[in-house]
Design a protein around this ligand. Sequence first.
Ligand SMILES: NC(=O)c1ccc[n+]([C@@H]2O[C@H](COP(=O)([O-])OP(=O)(O)OC[C@H]3O[C@@H](n4cnc5c(N)ncnc54)[C@H](O)[C@@H]3O)[C@@H](O)[C@H]2O)c1
Length: 258
Amino acid sequence: MRLADRVVAVTGAAGGMGEGVARVLLEEGAQVALWDLSAERTGEVAARVDGSGLRTLALAVDVTDEDAVRAAVQATVERFGALDGLVNNAGTITMNPAWDASAAEWRRQLEVNVTGSFVCAQAVGRHLKGSDGGRIVNVSSNAGKAGYPNMAAYNASKAAVIGLTRSLAMEWAADGINVNAVCPGGVDTPMLTQVAEWLSPRLGTPADELLQGMGASGLGGRRIRPEEVGRVIAFLLSDDAVIIRGQSISVDGGDTPY
Ligand SMILES: NC(=O)c1ccc[n+]([C@@H]2O[C@H](COP(=O)([O-])OP(=O)(O)OC[C@H]3O[C@@H](n4cnc5c(N)ncnc54)[C@H](O)[C@@H]3O)[C@@H](O)[C@H]2O)c1
């Protein structure tokens, strides 16, 4: 129960990782605001992870919309009487060779993955300022540290999240806000399936087979479970991690050992 009585907002909470993260944060005693594009989908997640319905709040929030994010902060504080932390987990990917990728695809990935993370950090950070216990965890990726073909914009966006993490950690330390990031490898979620399905016709290999190969070699080839990333995020949100600041920690079974 490392997060007893803490209130944490999780963006992209209707996705594979978001649900797993929410589940772990609830296990650790937190109350969790589930923010994602659709109220219906966040409501379904709330019903699955919180039978009582008392410890979650499901909201429709586009992380790129500053007004919507400000309103979500307010609604969360009104519901729980506090907001102590943020997991910037919302993300999007569009695979394409760099030769063919459009500027619109590039902008969309940068907009959601980087600008969205900044907008949410700023809105929640303004609330946390001076509380001496505020926590923000950004979800970058091993693609923020290593390069992969056909995902230039995604790679660039996730590297930018690492830069954002370093900057906010330095700037907001004096305000008691601790900022770190995680860089997951292949996690079993719809996003990884999307990558396999894009590759499948191009490589002439069934998507299922490709997915099998997207596990972490350091874990004997198995894929990472969302809850495993969630436990590292829970640690970073907890007081145990107060001496870790501005770090982007690989949670990929050792495939990106830096
Ligand atoms: N799955 C992996 O292997 C993997 C690896 C490393 C990092 N990540 C990162 O983990 C995070 C979660 O991804 P996932 O694997 O659960 O994918 P997912 O597609 O299952 O979930 C992503 C969620 O983000 C939401 N989202 C997208 N745009 C949004 C917006 N503008 N506002 C609010 N919500 C928005 C989507 O609706 C979706 O529910 C992402 O940031 C992703 O880049 C995933």
